[in-house]
Ligand binder design. Sequence first.
Ligand code: GLN
Length: 549
Amino acid sequence: MSKHIFITGGVVSSLGKGLTAASLGMLLERMGLRIRLQKFDPYINVDPGTMSPYQHGEVYVLDDGSETDLDLGHYERFTDAPVTSSCNYTTGQIYLTVINREREGGYLGHTVQVIPHVTDEIKRAILELATPEVDVVITEIGGTVGDIEGLPFLEAIRQLGLEVGRENCLYIHLTLVPFLKAAGEAKTKPTQHSVQKLREIGIQPDILICRTEVPLREEERRKIALFCNVELDAVIEERDKEYTIYEVPLSLARNGLPQLVARKLRLETGPLDLSDWEELVRRAIHPERTVTIAVVGKYVRHQDAYKSLYEALDHAGLAHETRVIVRRVEAEEIEERGPEPLLSAVDGILVPGGFGTRGTEGKMQAIQYAREQKIPFFGICLGMQCAVIEFARNVIGLAGANSTEFDPETRSPVICLMEEQKAVTNLGGTMRLGAYPCELLAGSRAHQCYGRDLVHERHRHRYEFNIAYRELFEKHGMVVTGLSPDGKLVEIVEIPAHPWYVAVQFHPEFKSKPTRPHPLFVGFVAAALAYRDRQEPTEASAVAGGSEA
Ligand code: GLN
């Protein structure tokens, strides 16, 4: 029988529940347990797919095509547990199921209510992961305790605790212990209040993980334990990390969390070996070199809009013992000031995915600059589409070339709507989504990076390279190096005459892990390092420290 861990958050949002859940999952997995991770998001959208990155951060895409919360990215980066559509539910999705069932007559004769019908559906979603192959299901409840939207989820996990038996589940509450400079001490009252809120609805947390800027003193931990009714050794400190999020599991392990969880749930575990992970963190803290990559996008001001992309760059850096300094460049600023002042000092230029016209001309200027100055260039999804348009206009000479997304009337639609998208009217969950195979051209840069002929990468787009133009592009030096096996969809283009110019229709960033950096990112960062060495051949690229991100 699977055991359950429920993770809630208190005091403020953005405490890093996802990271904590992922870290705990990783620690248990490394102790030999089979785990699954899952998140409930209390908003009413059925999935985050139609939300702006400003609202929600990145939309993380799974192999199976689900558009999910970015915390699932942490789950995949930290653990080897399968992550599927059953791992992310929103209020909207739960209600949609209940309401559809009601329309089908599934509740004939009954009044459909939050308790028990909505809570039953939430419990069903949790128990779906509790299969015989799974030792521990970790369920993260999004939002903050005290939110109206979160109540049905908290009620459902309260009920489930009784049903599976209190000894088979653990409630972990992540909370903030702010340090007040004026008082010179850490304040425990917000934590007391948020635990009170939990207890009002019948949940007594077993473990408190305390986010804090400063080390917690013994007396503060005692106070928290006393007022929140938890054992002293169940008050776990989680201090802010200075260098990398990958320190989180190490510090949780040092503070005894995995051992405590194993003891409380009476799990049989093996020894915990974190030496490879310690080595990763050592590389992150003490890199040998640095390299600067410009990310030219339109959501660069949002911390999490390109989350997986920044992580993938970090992973590739770790592979080269290099700190990747990301310079976030607003595409519209390039439109105003030109590429030179913003891009002349970088070692690589990356244009990520996106939607809509705003900023696309700036992205194209950045790509033209990378192409002409022979700066390593990596285009992803919309970044690839902009690269194709830029090449059509400035190399082939198709002056009005465009994507029909930006100009439906363009005379040279080098990027156009995919055939299967033409009949689509609903916008939710209807893009080309999830993993698809891609065949690589032997001898291409992509093929060299991957070292194989066939790869599977994740997609999220409606538009594609218009294959009618393929010959014209190849004649002018932009070559198709990745194709869907039916030969219809262009997945990768390259300029072989450029030192490193690779643009892909898919999102490689979703498959990068610190322990398994993505080959294209590794290749890109290697090219940026080589470019940097060519620029300043005498000066060893010394560590400058600090990140502009
Ligand atoms: N807007 C483009 C499309 O729909 C690119 C999407 C993306 O970058 N994810 O095809």
